[in-house]
Design a protein around this ligand. Structure first.
Ligand code: ADP
Ligand code: MG
Ligand code: MG
Ligand code: MG
Length: 396
């Protein structure tokens, strides 16, 4: 094949592809290619030049999601993902993989191989801790979010970027799976762990007070083009070790509320906490608590500094406006964290941190804990890291 027309590649095709497209593979005699994708949507290949030990990752979008043919998706999501990574690489250097090639025809990209790092969710399920995570992820958040907002960007340039990152299909997945189905089960595809049906019925499905707040958050997600958000910033989208943190997989990227990304990080750390609690891993849960605290604290501090350094918008020099803006991010963060906590427990895309808890009574208990904290966050948005910790500790 000459790769002039889209088709879904297999491992042999990918070998030909890198020989054809990537300089360091042109003269390679033996190339090994393995499909390593474990996500819900795409195909990921690790390709190694056995003579030089050079390796790259090829990620290709298929026409339907891997997880289910029900999701028919435009393969152009790979372009959005790759362009988001390139922009994030500029804004937050060292915190995303390097991109070697974007191929719009094949709907694939070639990027830096991060295999020496571990997917954070996997590490967290083994109760590993990462002392630099709060520092790194707040650098990523502040730089990618503030610096794609109207506070910093020229407003016409920003509108051009908004256009580039219009992402209707992937946004629709979030609108359904995050903002609607967990509370209404309108497509009948929620999966409630047997034993928690009544709890979910009362706390989520019949809770009118909650539904109002969820509706507000959904419309906020759809209508506030605040910043270029990653859009799927859970611990399965983060590679990590004791020194480095790299964010991957921004195919859901679009212009939306900053709190969506920050809330996703907070919620996914709370899943790790709930697992640690279930297995009585005290050192681990304490590290998670400190990290939750530090993320909120460092985000705010760094955001203030970066605002003073980078703001170009005249009205943003007003101190009260700056305060109002920061408070509204913190409020969004709490609501979005609550939504993520709920949807990963009752929706069809679950998290290993919770699903692998045994025995089943412990899993049911951990799920109820997450759902209680979820509703608290949505109904009464927290402002400080300390409030997240207190809510976890009190939600037995
Ligand atoms: P999806 O969009 O299908 O969720 P991901 O981008 O999350 O795909 O990738 C799926 C898996 O492929 C990751 O969990 C990781 O194991 C592997 N992977 C993805 N990108 C890289 C990379 N740059 N280096 C090494 N492995 C990667
Ligand atoms: Mg993924
Ligand atoms: Mg690995
Ligand atoms: Mg993905």
């Amino acid at each position: 094949p000459t790769f002039e027309q889209y088709f879904l590649m297999n491992t042999d095709d990918v070998i030909h592809y890198v020989q054809f497209k990537i300089d360091s593979f042109k003269h390679a005699q033996t190339i090994t290619c393995t499909e390593i994708g474990d996500g819900n949507l795409n195909y990921v290949y690790r390709v190694i030049n056995n003579q030089t030990n050079d390796s790259v990752i090829v990620k290709q979008a298929g026409t339907t999601a891997r997880i289910s043919d029900e999701f028919v998706l435009s393969t152009s999501r790979n372009k959005i993902e790759t362009e988001a990574l390139m922009l994030q690489h500029k804004l937050a250097p060292g915190l995303v993989p390097e991109i070697y090639l974007l191929d719009e025809t094949m709907s694939c990209c070639v990027m830096e191989d991060l295999s020496k790092l571990t997917i954070m969710r996997t590490a967290l399920t083994n109760f590993e801790t990462f002392p630099h995570f709060a520092e790194h992820i707040t650098d990523f958040l502040v730089n990618t979010l503030l610096r794609t907002s109207d506070v910093v960007l020229n407003h016409k340039d920003k509108k051009e970027l908004v256009r580039t990152f219009i992402n209707p299909e992937l946004c629709e997945i979030s609108e359904d799976l995050v903002f609607t189905e967990p509370f209404h089960n309108n497509f009948n595809r929620n999966e409630i762990t047997p034993g928690n049906e009544q709890f979910v019925q009362t706390l989520l499905y019949s809770n009118e007070e909650l539904h109002v707040e969820v509706a507000k958050l959904k419309f906020h997600f759809m209508n506030n083009t605040q910043s270029l958000v990653h859009g799927d910033l859970h611990t399965g989208s983060i590679f990590i070790d004791q020194n480095d943190t790299k964010v991957i997989d921004p195919e859901f990227a679009f212009f939306g509320p900053m709190g969506y990304d920050i809330g996703n990080i907070m919620a996914n750390l709370m899943f790790a906490w709930a697992r640690g609690r279930a297995y009585e891993q005290k050192e681990f849960t304490e590290w998670v608590e400190n990290t939750l605290f530090d993320i909120m604290d460092l985000f705010e501090t760094k955001f203030r500094t970066a605002w003073d350094e980078h703001a170009t918008e005249v009205v943003a020099k007003n101190a009260d406006f700056k305060e109002h803006y920061i408070q509204s991010i913190l409020k969004d963060t709490a609501g979005m964290a609550g939504l993520e906590l709920a949807r990963r427990v009752v929706g069809l895309a679950k998290v290993k941190d919770i699903t692998t808890i045994e025995p089943i009574e412990s899993r049911l208990k951990a799920e109820r804990l997450c759902l209680r904290v979820a509703t608290e966050l949505i109904l009464n948005p927290f402002q400080t890291g300390g409030q997240y910790i207190t809510a976890l500790q009190n939600a037995q």
